[in-house]
Design a protein around this ligand. Structure first.
Ligand code: FMN
Length: 386
């Protein structure tokens, strides 16, 4: 795809979208397909499958949905990493994959409370592995116990609304009340949340995160890993039920119809990802420049257990910002561990006085924006193993 023609069409699309409502209906994802966001079906009676129908809606890197579930007796299940769904190029030590496992466990626990159950979680019940290689051992054992009186987690009602909002924001800052609400969130031990909204630091971050994306797309294997999860059209979404597309950056209606129908081409993009890379950098620059609040979560250590616990905290942060009416978007490039990123990561850590032994696990932008479409989810049945 020619970059200039892409940008021109993006511009044309904006104007045309307001004119053509009939065309926009043929470019919107088939609303009849259930991609998970209605929660469990009313006829489902197995509590394990009910909580899983909520858990799959959690945030997770590249929407890989890297989980396997082993159902044991009627109230007990084990969660494993699906090792066919790792991101070796951009997440070489599966750190983000384990954060995703934590998001899964937190969403499951919140959902269980909403359904009158307590979820007891035992982490790594057959032993924790190292933080460099994923082993075929369960990440967690979950036991669900029916309770006659249980405090429903107030975040339960936001599970079906939560999302990672990748569109441009409106540059608004968080209010002092919003900042104190977020700072008051409980975090696991040795874990802290930093909020950043000072003007010079925001300018610094906007440039740094754009530079991080420039580094990320400077390698074909990394590009191909992302392109593999990028959904070029609705047919791909229906087929794979994972990944993400332009819709999740807020491109809808006729603009989506034109871009997906006439400009995006998987074969050409995979052959030469350079234009895809340039678009990613341009989009990163513009979404960063539209954002005036950022936040990050730091841990003292970096074990798989801590990564899972960060995932639980991160998921609560994402649900809390949903409850507060704020948009939130993770931007992980500068945190990634492949060699080319390490010098920039070091600069980021030095600039913000983050100690060498500390790991920044999640970095997000926060602000105000219209909602986007939800990313799809696979069926719970496809996660179950013998
Ligand atoms: C550990 C982790 C890292 C992520 N990093 C990024 C990122 O760098 N860029 C991005 O656009 N989204 C990132 N995301 C958001 C995912 O793309 C998103 O959660 C996934 O596509 C599912 O969409 P949803 O959160 O809207 O349901 C990340 C999410 C997690 C849990």
């Amino acid at each position: 795809m020619e970059r200039r023609s892409f940008i021109r069409i993006m511009g044309v699309g904006f104007a045309a979208a307001t004119l053509t409502s009939s065309l926009s209906s043929c470019s919107t994802r088939d609303d009849k397909v259930d991609y998970g966001w209605n929660g469990p079906s009313d006829s489902e009676s197995d509590i394990r499958l009910k909580v899983l129908a909520y858990a799959i809606l959690c945030p997770n890197p590249h929407n890989k949905q890297p989980w396997f579930i082993k159902l044991n007796d009627s109230q007990h299940l084990d969660l494993y990493v699906d090792q066919t769904r790792l991101l070796p190029e951009t997440d070489p030590f599966a750190r983000q994959i384990h954060i995703g496992q934590g998001c899964f466990l937190e969403t499951l626990t919140i959902a269980a409370s909403g359904l009158g159950y307590q979820a007891e979680i035992e982490y790594f019940p057959q032993g924790e592995y190292s933080n460099t290689v994923v082993e075929n051992l369960p990440v967690a054992r979950v036991v669900l116990t029916k309770k006659t009186a249980i405090n429903v987690d107030p975040l339960f009602k936001y599970i079906l609304q939560r999302q990672s909002n990748k569109r441009e924001y409106d540059n608004s800052r968080l209010s002092p009340v919003q900042k104190s609400q977020l700072q008051a969130l409980p975090m696991a031990m040795q874990t802290s949340l930093t909020l950043q909204d000072s003007a010079p630091e925001i300018t610094y971050l906007q440039q740094l995160l754009t530079e991080a994306m420039t580094i990320e797309v400077g390698n074909k294997a990394r590009d191909l890993e992302t392109i593999k999860m990028f959904r070029f059209n609705d047919q791909e979404v229906q087929k794979y039920r994972d990944g993400f597309g332009i819709e999740h950056s807020g491109v809808t209606g006729i603009k989506k119809f034109i871009i997906e129908g006439f400009l995006l081409d998987r074969e050409k993009t995979e052959k030469d990802p350079s234009d895809f890379g340039k678009q990613s950098v341009d989009m990163t620059r513009s979404i960063c420049e539209s954002s005036s609040s950022f936040a990050w979560i730091t841990t003292e250590g970096n074990s798989p257990l801590q990564q899972v616990q960060v995932g639980r905290d991160y998921c609560r942060l994402n649900l809390t910002t949903t409850a507060m009416g704020l948009a939130q978007h993770p931007m992980s490039q500068v945190l990634q561990e492949y060699q080319d990123m390490l010098p920039l990561q070091e600069r980021f850590k030095q600039h913000f006085n983050i100690k060498a032994g500390q790991t920044v696990q999640m970095l997000v932008r926060l602000g105000k924006a219209e909602k986007t479409a939800h990313t799809p989810r696979r069926l719970v049945s496809s996660l179950l193993i013998g």
